[in-house]
Ligand binder design. Structure first.
Ligand SMILES: [Fe+2]
Ligand SMILES: [Fe+2]
Length: 327
């Protein structure tokens, strides 16, 4: 990190003290992630016997979730406002995020491929897995009541996530194999940095709350757009550490299959939705930028952990300390 850049970032009036940020964000995102996961677990009425208490808890936590989401929106709003609302212009802008979006071409990834040792790789994967919201479930939630053309592409994408009906080809369990190969046993929210949890919380908030359905479309599209380049480096790093084929398969697959997923998502989901209603373009743009900015914040944190000297790429905005419950 250059001294000049660091000084500029520290002068940001919106930034809270590093210590306060660490304590508050860590606890906040651990609790939000536990809530997000618990909310999705199938239950019987007996397992959720005090439904009024659950309802009250849901109200409290959903309020926190939405306030966090709105703060994340504010950070990238100035960039989202630059997105054109005509379909062709919007698509070109969206695709340009692959090169120019927050966190793209981050120095972390070539460093991983060249220098990471096994314990550093274990830590990195532990973070990535703890913040993983499950792309399959995010797509399933996002597709609810979407127009047919977008819904069909989401179904095809979901089917690929499901290994096209074969357990061996499912993407989720492939990541579990990486976790096993690296002997990671503590990939819970308690063992992850808040930046990784915040990324998962942002994706889940978008997919679960219908007011952010189009943000979710943009965020998931940004994942497909940018995953291949990162996955190539991570697969290389795993190969260098002599991790078995099954242990690196998740990253090998995503370095290629997401190139197709991204093209299909942009054409069938994003273009068709913007064509049908140009008003949704702004929300799609915000969702994509929020996802990329949350990723950039993780890369900054990981680089700090590994001592990699490189400028910060995360766009700072209002601090998380603004999150308070309405009394
Ligand atoms: Fe996948
Ligand atoms: Fe994909």
């Amino acid at each position: 990190m250059s001294t000049q850049k660091k000084m500029d970032v520290d002068k940001n009036p919106h930034r809270d003290s590093p210590k306060a940020q660490l304590i508050n964000n860590q606890q906040f995102h651990q609790e939000l992630m536990r809530f997000g996961h618990a909310r999705m677990v199938p239950k019987t009425p007996q397992q959720d016997s005090d439904w009024q208490a659950t309802l009250q808890h849901n109200l409290l936590m959903t309020g926190r979730e939405i306030r966090f989401f709105e703060q994340e929106r504010q950070k990238i709003m100035h960039l989202a406002n630059e997105a054109p609302s005509d379909t062709l212009g919007f698509l070109a802008w969206f695709e340009s995020l692959r090169d120019t979006g927050p966190g793209q071409n981050d120095a972390l990834f070539p460093w991983l491929a060249d220098h990471v040792d096994e314990s550093q790789m274990r830590w990195f994967i532990q973070q990535e897995v703890a913040g993983e919201a499950g792309f399959d479930d995010l797509v399933a939630l996002t597709q609810l009541r979407m127009p047919v053309q977008a819904k069909l592409e989401m179904a095809r994408n979901y089917w690929d996530e499901m290994g096209r009906g074969s357990e061996q080809g499912m993407h989720g369990p492939m990541l579990d194999a990486t976790v096993r190969e690296l002997n990671i046993s503590d990939n819970t929210p308690d063992n992850a940095v808040w930046e990784a949890l915040a990324l998962g919380n942002m994706l889940l908030a978008a997919a679960f709350n219908r007011r952010y359905a189009y943000h979710s479309v943009g965020a998931l599209g940004a994942v497909e757009l940018t995953a291949p380049s990162r996955s190539v480096w991570v697969a290389k790093a795993l190969q260098k550490l002599n991790i078995s084929k099954s242990g690196s398969l998740y990253f090998k697959i995503h370095s290629t299959v997401d190139i197709r997923h991204s093209k299909d998502w942009n054409r069938e989901v994003i273009a068709s939705l913007v064509d049908g209603n140009p008003d949704v373009a702004q929300a799609i743009a915000e969702g994509a930028l929020m996802r990329l900015n949350a990723g950039a914040r993780c890369f900054d944190r990981y680089r700090r952990e590994f001592g990699i000297i490189s400028p910060e790429t995360y766009i700072h905005g209002p601090s998380h300390e603004l999150i308070e419950d309405n009394k």
